[in-house]
Design a protein around this ligand. Structure first.
Ligand SMILES: [Zn+2]
Ligand SMILES: [Zn+2]
Length: 279
């Protein structure tokens, strides 16, 4: 009798172990995590929201998009922890500090202190011109640095992405479009509004940078009304607002996203630091 019990326990234990391993692997396989949702200068400087960028894991390939200040801290503080030495690529949509502040330390981490030549860094050409955001001595650490241009396809490991048209922003800036499993995802980063943006960003999930609550003419960023008009044109299945400036934070992003959902009849969420989408 006793041996039957111990036999069953042994199997139960094995089944539980396999199940937890499967759950762990599934959880770690395909996801997207917001290591920051701060937009523009002041929310970043005051760290009212973190500014660590977005980590994407796709079929075993790990990519970090826009590692702003504190990215490495957000990786270490993440639960489960995100290990930057497992990164295969880092992408800068543009050179602004809130997108590139931690680029050097993240390259060091990806390449294990510069001792292991690996990974690809993608950035627009002006990010590494005279006033380069990547330190000269760090440039040789990755396998290669690939220059982003408008409307092109790129890949790193199992992660494939396309760049948008030129955004209207003070520096060279491109949004991104990629696919995780069967879901298409777009990251509409900093830009002034123009109608044609909607043509590129037609996807299932739209992640959109909404810096201002009210329109602010003369500054090349989207406000909530611009986002509303773009979401209406694009008609994604799900929209995630992020990259909040001061005025958006004061207007409470989760209240504004609820308003948009009701007005547009589309699911609109406000991103928060640590928000994770599993696929
Ligand atoms: Zn920005
Ligand atoms: Zn910017």
């Amino acid at each position: 009798m006793l041996w039957i019990l111990s036999f069953e326990f042994k199997y139960l234990f094995l089944i539980l172990k396999v199940m937890s391993k499967i759950a762990k692997e599934k959880k770690q396989e395909d996801f997207m995590k917001f290591l920051g949702t701060a937009g523009a200068r002041f929310v970043m400087i005051k760290q009212l929201r973190a500014s660590g960028g977005i980590w994407v894991s796709c079929k075993g390939t790990n990519v970090l998009i826009d590692p702003g200040p504190g990215s490495i801290v957000r990786c270490a503080a993440s639960r489960p922890k995100l290990d930057p030495s497992k990164l295969d690529a880092i992408i800068l949509t543009h050179r602004h500090l809130d997108h590139s502040g931690d680029i050097n330390v993240m390259i060091e981490a990806m390449t294990e202190g510069g001792f292991k030549k690996k990974g690809v860094v993608f950035c627009p050409a002006d990010a590494i011109k005279e006033d380069t955001v990547i330190l000269t001595h760090v440039m040789n650490f990755p396998e290669k640095i690939e220059i982003l241009e408008a409307n092109r396809d790129y890949s790193a490991g199992n992660f494939e992405f396309a760049t948008s048209m030129n955004h209207i922003h003070p520096v060279q800036t491109y949004g991104l479009k990629f696919k995780i499993r069967d879901t298409t995802i777009a990251l509409l980063t900093d830009t002034k509004y123009f109608k044609e943006l909607a043509d590129f960003y037609k996807t299932d999930i739209l992640v959109i940078s909404v810096v201002f609550f009210e329109p602010r003419p003369g500054v090349d960023h989207l406000c909530l009304a611009d986002a509303e008009s773009l979401i209406g044109d694009i008609q994604p299945k799900k929209t995630i607002l992020t990259h909040f400036g001061m005025t958006m934070l004061k207007a409470k992003p989760h209240i504004q996203s609820e308003g948009l959902s009701k007005r547009l009849g589309i699911e609109v969420l406000a991103a928060y630091d640590g928000m994770t989408l599993d696929f």
